[in-house]
Design a protein around this ligand. Structure first.
Ligand SMILES: *Cc1c(COP(=O)(O)O)cnc(C)c1O
Length: 341
């Protein structure tokens, strides 16, 4: 039994884990931004400062996923992402750190968006020594492509381990259950009680893990996810299903209620990774007021959503809002033309 008699507790220690970040990531006030916006007190959780090359949220998921890969005797990590995928960069970085090989499948979610000479994460795939890159069209059956890679490796006497897109299965999402615990511990130690959390909602492991964690430890701070791709309804349903799997793994009694999920899809703009005015404003505001780099695909749009919510009076004066910075700044260098003045 994992749940203790007096109520909800989660026991993450029984899952194998590698450590890629030496300490909790900082929680910092965004004083200049808060003053500029004139609304609630905005704080930031610096998951952009997680370990592995360039940091970002996938590092927390990979601590559990790579531990599982090693336990299964894998010698090669296989995963999939968009052409500027932070998840692919970090999976490759974890492979390098563990002495494993890594093969990546890149999905062209925007037609013809793959450029072999592109900067940003694409440049880092080569620099970090990816073993093989396969580019597929948007909407293709990339799982079949990864399985074919795994079969090819098996035929050579090697062993591949397939990590799903974004590392977003129940095992990967445990990384964000751990983050929920970390936030609550920091909140207690600093005496800062947060009223709301805002995060990105993409492949979903971050948002679903955070909510499952909050429910599991009975902290229940409302989390608003800003979608970077999918419409609200299917995204909320997907998150709920994933959180239920996490709840099963951790034996969280009563599971995670559907109502715990709020996704806003108003900030996607024309599509995944395509720029919006709000994103450009948010990236510039964070840079110029706080010296913090956001990214154009995820945190820029998420911050644009949060800023719009503040301006629209969604948060009460005096409330404390925690913005989860999930990383991604290495992608900035592939968007210089859009973000330069
Ligand atoms: C992958 C990613 C996200 C989205 O997280 P999911 O767990 O896929 O929902 C947010 N921000 C950055 C920088 C990412 O790379």
């Amino acid at each position: 039994m994992v749940a203790s008699a007096e109520g909800a507790r989660v026991n993450l220690a029984r899952f194998p884990r590698r450590r890629y970040t030496p300490a909790p990531t900082p929680v910092e006030p965004l004083s200049h931004l808060s003053e500029h916006l004139g609304g609630p007190e905005v704080y930031i959780k610096r998951d952009d400062l997680l370990g592995l090359t360039g940091g970002g949220n996938k590092t927390r998921k990979l601590e559990f996923l790579v531990a599982d890969a090693l336990e299964q005797g894998a010698d090669t990590l296989l995963t999939v992402g968009a052409v500027q995928s932070n998840h692919c960069r970090l999976t490759l970085a974890a492979a390098v750190k563990e002495g494993l090989k890594c093969r990546l499948v890149l999905e062209e979610r925007v037609p013809n968006s793959y450029r072999p000479d592109a900067s940003g994460n694409n440049f880092l795939f080569g620099l970090l020594g990816v073993e093989k890159l396969t580019v597929v069209e948007g909407g293709s059956d990339f799982n079949a492509v990864m399985q074919a890679e795994a079969d090819e490796l098996a035929a050579e006497g090697r062993k591949g381990y397939i990590i799903p897109g974004g590392g977003s299965n129940a095992l990967g999402a445990l990384g964000y259950v751990a983050c929920a615990e970390e936030i609550m511990r920091q909140s207690f130690e600093t005496g800062l009680a947060f009223d709301q959390i805002v995060c990105s909602s993409g492949s979903g492991g971050t948002h679903a893990g955070l909510v499952a964690g909050m429910v599991g430890i009975n902290a229940n701070i409302p989390v608003t996810g800003i979608s970077v791709r999918a419409p609200k309804e299917p995204q909320e349903a997907k998150l709920h299903a994933l959180a239920q799997e996490v709840a099963d793994k951790l034996e969280i009694r009563g599971g995670v209620p559907r109502e715990a999920f709020t996704v806003l899809d108003d900030y996607v703009g024309p599509g995944y990774s395509l720029p919006t005015e709000g994103m450009i404003e948010a990236v510039r505001l964070f840079a110029r007021l706080e010296g913090i780099l956001l990214d154009p695909v995820y945190t820029g749009k998420t911050a644009a959503g949060m800023i719009d919510l503040v301006r629209g009076g969604h948060f009460k004066q005096g409330e404390r809002v925690l913005f989860l910075h999930t990383g991604g700044s290495p992608a900035l260098y592939a968007y210089q033309d859009i973000l330069s003045d």
